[in-house]
Design a protein around this ligand. Sequence first.
Ligand code: NAP
Length: 331
Amino acid sequence: MSGDDTVHKVAIIGSGPAGLTAAIYASRAKLDPVCIEGGDITSKTDLPGGQLMLTTDVENFPGFPEGIMGPELMERFKQQAERFGTIFKQGRVAKADLSQRPFTLEIENQLMGTQETIKAQSIIVATGASAKYLGLEAEQKYLGHGVTTCATCDGAFFRDKHVVVVGGGDSAMEEANFLTRFASKVTVVHRRTEFRSSKIMHERALANEKIEWKLNRVVKDIVPDERFLKQLVLAGTNEDEGVEETLDIGPDGGLFVAIGHSPNSQIFGDQIEMHDTGYLKTDGATSRTSVEGVFAAGDIHDDHYRQAITASGAGCKAAIDCEKWLEAQGL
Ligand code: NAP
């Protein structure tokens, strides 16, 4: 374990739109922030930079009328934070001690196999959220072998194959549309007949002739073939309760799980007040958490808007709240 005696004024945990916007504002305010990037650079689905690293075209981030690819947008955020002096540390916070100030963070660098401890007077938590799974036993077994949560990462493996996307939100609609570039057929399996997704994304998917729909259905089981998947067992829901059917997707079909995300708040245990769902509680319209000197921004506390632009705005608020708090402490 390495580390030095430096006490940083602010440590930002996370490098998605919230963390990097906080880094831009904090570094321009001369707080010399250190940003622990998080994610795992050896992973395909949990990269530093957050969820936009797994997206293709971002069409709704203001300032890019032609759209921009998610990874490029995050690279630009990072360059802007670097320009004003943010120090980046690769790795993930494995442990956080918020019981006294300065706070202590243990960082694990998976690639280098190293550990480091840093200290900071204040923390901006921007650890975001990670993909949820269906909870089937076979799902984890075939993860990376037909089961995936990332169309951008794995879509190209399913050229001319039949794939299934589970979910009825924007992620499912986006993934289904994207996958039609490769797959011969995309079936969306959704547990209701109403859709949570925005109208425009749903309509785009409805207009896509390569997409078929299995509504009032959930995936009950997975049947593999030699490489990926052969069949899915679907069970009826709502008025179709009791129905069971087998969907042939082989040879080498895929299952894309797009059913939302859970907040990455586990490292804080019971040190910060959270909702039952694990999202951090913040004080009114501010980014203040229940721990003085700890601020939250982005998907870690927002289970409602969850957009890159709202996360970015929250990162700005957190940096300003943090700056004012440090000033009030005479730090
Ligand atoms: P979401 O809006 O929470 O939708 C999750 C979907 O998965 C829902 O339809 C839900 O069904 C279904 N689901 C959840 N658990 C399930 C389970 N165990 N079994 C079967 N189905 C299950 O999540 P999201 O689509 O990831 O979107 C999250 C946020 O990101 C939203 O605010 C969205 O607008 C945003 N987003 C935006 C874009 C874009 O603008 N380009 C792209 C992607 C995401 P029910 O509806 O029945 O609950």
